[in-house]
Design a protein around this ligand. Structure first.
Ligand code: KDO
Length: 341
């Protein structure tokens, strides 16, 4: 047997002696000496606590507590309290964050071809969205995301279908009717392009500042799916919802590859299952609520109007085709998306 070097030998002796003395004094806890340390999973989201994609994190946490008791320490941080909206992927790359919901626009900053999912009127409905991302298109795109961003997409959440929500009532039939409207959009180039393609003057602002912006009148409107208009209480400070249906929006539950690499295969599987349960909870509840909300907003005194959807489709699609966007989309991808039924 290899003889221990004298320093380590002396040190380990001291630890054993020290531990024995402490035990004698009753100073050591009764827990097993090799208590396993928990894997910390820090989550950051700009979502308000009442929104489904915020509540789903509790489903994630509960699922893991059930499937892997005591193995994970899931820390949920909402309202962008840990990282500001859009800063999450960089925080994950630095090793300061394990999990988040990443938007298509945030992915497109690093994987330009992903901008196809930030474009208006590309994805048709939530069912098609799930088929796209759970099928071969999703598998290919998420592989690139993993390679370039060092994060793994665990499941796809339906965020809802985005609508235009205005501070003052306006007769909006076509994109031309939104001319001059300062429409708040999340702050990145792809979001701003979407706002401009709708005919408005797109103004970047973080999600957490939208309520006050609407209240104070520094913006004329914002776009979000109906469940978020309710959860974030934007209906309190706006008078109209124009049902443009311009983006069937998604969010991707993503974990840093670094965090995954530290897990056993069984743990990885449990984390994956928990993320799927969370997304399912979000998707079911959001779809159900979305279908009921027009009535809610009407009762709250808002005007809910339907524009000329054909005009919106044509103008928005032409904007993307005429810009550099369509050029970065892989050949045939739009056709494959359209053919997904
Ligand atoms: C928003 O800022 O309007 C948006 O809906 C964009 C989404 O990508 C996502 O970040 C979402 O906010 C937040 O999760 C808050 O609901």
């Amino acid at each position: 047997m290899k003889k221990p070097n004298t320093l380590t030998h002396a040190l380990s002796r001291r630890i054993v002696v020290g531990a024995a003395a402490a035990l004698a004094l009753g100073a050591l806890p009764a827990a097993p000496a090799l208590a396993q340390s928990k894997t910390v999973l820090r989550i950051s989201s700009p979502a308000v606590p009442d929104d489904w994609h915020a509540k789903m994190w509790t489903v994630f946490k509960d699922a893991l507590e059930k499937s892997a008791p005591g193995e994970f320490d899931v820390q949920i941080n909402l309202n962008a309290s840990l990282f500001k909206q859009g800063a999450e992927p960089a925080a994950m790359a630095r090793g300061n964050l394990e999990l988040t919901t990443v938007s298509a626009a945030d992915i497109a900053k690093i994987v330009p071809e992903f901008s196809i999912f930030t474009a208006g009127y590309v994805v048709r409905d939530p069912a098609q969205q799930q088929k796209i991302f759970n099928g071969p298109i999703g598998a290919e795109m998420f592989k690139t995301v993993s390679d370039k961003m060092d994060i793994t997409v665990l499941s796809t959440c339906y965020l809802g279908t985005r609508q235009v929500n205005l501070r003052e009532v306006r007769n909006v039939k076509t994109p031309a009717d939104l001319k001059g409207v300062k429409l708040r959009m999340p702050g990145s180039k792809d979001w701003l392009f979407l706002g401009e393609s709708l005919g408005a003057t797109a103004t970047p602002l973080a999600f957490g500042e939208v309520y006050l912006g609407l209240k104070a009148g520094t913006i004329d409107g914002q776009d979000n799916p109906l469940p978020t208009v309710k959860a974030a209480k934007f209906y309190e400070v706006t008078k109209q919802i124009v049902l443009t249906n311009h983006l069937v929006d998604g969010l991707f539950i993503a974990i840093s590859n670094k965090s995954l690499a530290g897990m056993t295969p069984a743990q990885k599987q449990k984390v994956q299952a928990a993320a799927q349960a969370a997304a399912q909870y979000n998707n079911d509840n959001r779809r159900k609520e979305e279908a009921e909300l027009v009535e809610f907003f009407k009762k709250e005194g808002l005007q809910v109007t339907t524009p000329d959807l054909d005009a919106f489709h044509k103008t928005v699609q032409a904007a993307y085709q005429n810009a550099d966007y369509a050029k970065v989309w892989p050949k045939g991808l739009l056709e494959r998306i359209n053919a997904t039924k």
